[in-house]
Design a protein around this ligand. Sequence first.
Ligand code: CO
Length: 441
Amino acid sequence: MLSRRRLLSWFAASPAALAYQRSVSAPRGLRIQSVEVLVTNPDQEPMGNFVLVKIQTNEPGLYGWGDATCTGSELGVARFLEEHLAPALVGRNPLEIEHIWHTLFHLPYYRSGSVHMSALSGIDMALWDIKGKVAGLPVYELLGGKVRQELLTYRSVGGRDFSEVEDGVRRLMAEGYRVVKVQVLPPGLEAGYAVPSSERVQRETREAYQRGVPPRQVWETDPYVRTIPKLFEHLRKTVGEEIGLIHDVHERITPSEALVLAKALEPYRLFYFEDPLRPEHLDTFRLIRRQCSTPIAMGEAFTAPWEGHELITEHLIDYVRHDLAHVGGITMGKKIATLCEPYGILTAWHGPGNISPIAHMANCHVSLSVINFGIQEYAVGWGEAVREVFTAFPHYKDGVVTIGDAPGLGIDVNEAAARKRPYLRRFRPAVQRRDGTPWPY
Ligand code: CO
């Protein structure tokens, strides 16, 4: 055992000691000096705008970064941050995260929603980044420490037909993935969610972007609901039982169709069945639960702190998929995970390519530190321009992701590179039935 003297001399010289000294001395007088918002689209991709928040303190070199990206409302969030939240932050102690969170949540009175909650999420992440740097510790340490060393992850395959999906699944299995999300284009349709669209739809989409208007996409539910169970039957026969399979409905069917599909998929033992219903269809979640054992995942569309909490407290779902960049950041992610704990509900934080690597790092810090982790969605394969703007990424290998142990979130932004690639106006497709009815209604 180390003697007390040796322990003290070791401690006095260690980075931990320097961090400790900083943590007891810095907070006195530590203040937020400025809040800057940076909107960038490194890859100049249709869905690639990132809204980044930088909180600078009065201590030189001590700042934090957060992700406030909300695809479809990017400039709304940026303006909301600059005009309605940032001025209330200047002069405050950045270490008082819980206090600041609640102050900013109630500040506008008309609260919640995608714009407010994305803005608050970005601030929350930046504050945790600062707190980690002050403590000299990665954020996962402040959240209770690592429960595991690596995070199970999955990747998506979208195909025009079953054999294309099968080929994609085999490729990912060879890369080490143990779980894959599978989507297929239903017969007779030219576009769908997370599947390749026809050349005609691709051309029309390009033309719509050039004119600066939303592209139109035709969708029918019936061919989709008939096709998906056949896809799973095909995959279980060809790729076997070992691989975990996820499917995402993306809220594109009616409540009764969701019930039919959840039951039809039961024999194929999905890893989970994602977003079968819109958040407001609580009654149908109850019906699905009573009638089948298909595991359900839900949450990426929630934009209020406790939205959908009945799904958890009535144990109507198996995985929470909240987007930590839309629901209140790391603070809210940790609370949601804790609420799920007694029900055995696991986390599967939303991690698509249209939130920035800062939010992906935040996801990983929470996922590493909660006992009821399930899986972490992670957008492997960032383009070169994204890699120029951000200094760190979760590291992917053999079906799992890991992050480093740098203090804070462990990611910085090359602001000059970000400014060279500005905001790009793009719309998500306007989905309609063949008769022109907007869908979903
Ligand atoms: Co989804």
